[in-house]
Write a protein that binds this ligand. Structure first.
Ligand SMILES: Nc1nc2c(ncn2[C@@H]2O[C@H](COP(=O)(O)OP(=O)(O)O[C@H]3O[C@H](CO)[C@@H](O)[C@H](O)[C@@H]3O)[C@@H](O)[C@H]2O)c(=O)[nH]1
Length: 516
């Protein structure tokens, strides 16, 4: 009996505690959440309307545009009344300037009168066909703050989710509110997180058809950092497979990748092989010599390169973990020693230029500095550079041999740089221990493969030594034959056909892409 008042008192204070929790905390949270959800729904991006006016007309072109062959005016002047409902949002969650394949898609769509909203980071120069084209609107994404760009493995679990949140916000805003709804969205994969999920949600809201352009798999790239068995890698694979199934159509960079997509993800992709774009062309001897004397990275050695006492080796990269430049450095150290010791044969010295931007550049620069200091590279000069689009193409065209260190995290993607090299008639040696390599390089015809630093050094000796001139000339001939088939020839029958574009000239047979 004594305890009753105490219990009653406790019940009363318990109820009032609950009720004050409800009125002061839970109710305001519930009201705020429902207001936010209502506001989100009411302000969802507008859907695609086939009647909407996205036309490009005479007023879209300034006098300057009319003189610029890349503004799209030439197409407009030839097809003034042409209507065309091919409007495409192209989404690249990366530096657009370093995503040549996506730029080629954009340039090709615009060249056939399609309208493009191009979304991505604007860090490097864009192709001239895109920069001033009135059929293309570039929507730059705000890059994540410096603190979220830390590549440290220890901090990865904290930084990665924050970076993804930042990307979700900026990409959603750019796709939904900074551009009109388009009939199609073409998205580059990888990165898959969060790109594919946002693209899928946005396409659902805007009634847009989603095409995924498979350059590689996001989870195989993550596995390079975390290891194959890491739970995040498995989750990332499941996510990629699940989101892939929601897309309406798929392109893949190789036949092997289309096969893997079918077997593992259950989706039908149409292979759309990389081919060189128009800016990659062979140079004449005099154009080569003029470039070598003009380019700051080669000018000092131009005379030697003209005479052949130096050979020009070129590699290009994004300085990422899937390209092990130690292999090239080890091979060059061994080659330098061979040149010093050679008594019966004479070997030229090498000028090796590695072009590109990316996270591991500083690491390799310090390795090169150490090797130079240790006098292990006396017969080899190594330079790194980032060149304008035009000079990059001229450098490839001026080189004696191209090197690819692309290892392919999935085994079924291919290095675009090799395609660029072939466009200029440059033969290639490359890391070849992955399935798709043979879709691009034919042993002894347009290049050679290697699978170790020793293998690469042997190739350098064989091709640059006095007995190698004929083999080098033979693979150069093979590379020249690759020049013939260009991006447009590959692109139009697959992508142009899917998007419903019309080709001016006699077209090739269209390739059917399965559309869901
Ligand atoms: N302008 C310019 N571009 C350069 C330079 N150096 C390199 N690049 C660009 O950077 C590319 C090299 O980038 P990587 O990331 O090494 O790869 P990739 O060979 O382009 O292959 C990528 O794209 C394929 C699809 O096209 C993918 O399948 C593959 O996985 C990879 O992502 C070159 O092809 C070239 O476009 C330079 O000095 N100047």
């Amino acid at each position: 009996m004594d305890e009753l008042p105490l219990i009653e008192g406790a019940g009363h204070s318990g109820r009032s505690w609950l009720s004050s929790l409800f009125w002061t905390i839970l109710l305001p949270i519930a009201v705020s959440l429902s207001t936010l959800v209502t506001a989100f729904i009411l302000t969802l991006p507008s859907p695609y309307d086939p009647q909407q006016n996205l036309t490009v007309d005479e007023a879209s072109f300034s006098e300057e545009d009319k003189q610029n062959k890349h503004s799209g005016y030439a197409y407009y002047a030839k097809n003034p009344g042409a209507t065309n409902d091919a409007s495409v949002t192209v989404l690249v969650l990366g530096d657009i300037g370093r995503s040549p394949r996506m730029q080629y898609h954009v340039a090709s769509i615009a060249a056939h009168g399609g309208r493009v909203s191009l979304i991505g980071y604007l860090e490097s120069e864009l192709l001239p066909e895109i920069r001033n084209n009135r059929f293309v609107t570039v929507i730059p994404l705000a890059p994540p703050p410096e603190a979220l760009r830390n590549a440290n493995k220890m901090l990865f679990p904290i930084i990665a989710p924050l970076k993804v949140l930042w990307q979700i916000g900026t990409v959603w805003h750019a796709c939904g509110y900074r551009t009109k709804a388009t009939k199609w969205m073409l998205v580059q994969n990888p990165p898959s997180i969060p790109t594919l999920a946002i693209a899928q949600a946005m396409c659902f809201v805007r009634h847009t058809r989603l095409i995924i352009d498979w350059h590689n798999f996001g989870y195989t790239i993550l596995a390079l950092k975390l290891g194959n068995k890491h739970p995040l890698v498995r989750i990332s694979e499941m996510y990629e497979r699940y989101v892939a199934r929601a897309a309406n159509a798929h392109f893949s960079v190789t036949n092997a990748m289309a096969r893997v997509l079918k077997q593992r993800f259950g989706v039908e992709a149409t292979p759309l092989h990389d081919r060189p774009a128009a800016q990659f062309q062979p140079l004449t001897q005099s154009q080569r010599s003029e470039f070598l004397h003009r380019c700051p990275e080669t000018a000092h050695y131009a005379k030697h390169l003209d005479h052949g006492s130096y050979k020009l080796l070129v590699s290009s990269t994004s300085w990422t973990a899937d390209e092990d430049f130690s292999i090239l450095l080890d091979a060059l150290v061994a080659y330098s020693a061979t040149v010093s010791m050679a008594t019966h044969h004479s070997y030229p010295k090498i000028l090796a230029i590695i072009t590109g931007k990316g996270p591991l550049k500083e690491y390799y620069l310090s390795k090169i500095a150490t090797l130079t200091k240790e006098k292990k590279l006396v017969n080899v000069k190594i330079a790194t550079a980032w060149l304008s689009n035009e000079d990059y193409a001229s450098l490839l065209a001026s080189a004696d041999l191209g090197v690819s260190l692309h290892t392919s995290s999935s085994g079924v993607d291919l290095p675009m740089k090799v395609v660029d090299m072939f466009g200029t008639g440059l033969p290639v040696v490359g890391w070849s221990r992955f399935e798709a390599w043979k879709e691009l390089v034919h042993e002894g015809v347009n290049g050679f493969g290697f699978s170790s630093a020793d293998g690469l050094e042997t190739l350098l000796e064989e091709l640059f030594g006095s007995k190698g001139a004929r083999t080098l000339a033979a693979i150069r001939k093979g590379a020249m034959q690759e020049c013939g088939r260009r991006w447009e020839d590959e692109w139009f029958p697959v992508a142009g056909n899917l998007l419903g574009l019309k080709r001016d000239a006699e077209g090739q047979k269209p390739v059917e892409t399965k559309v869901l």
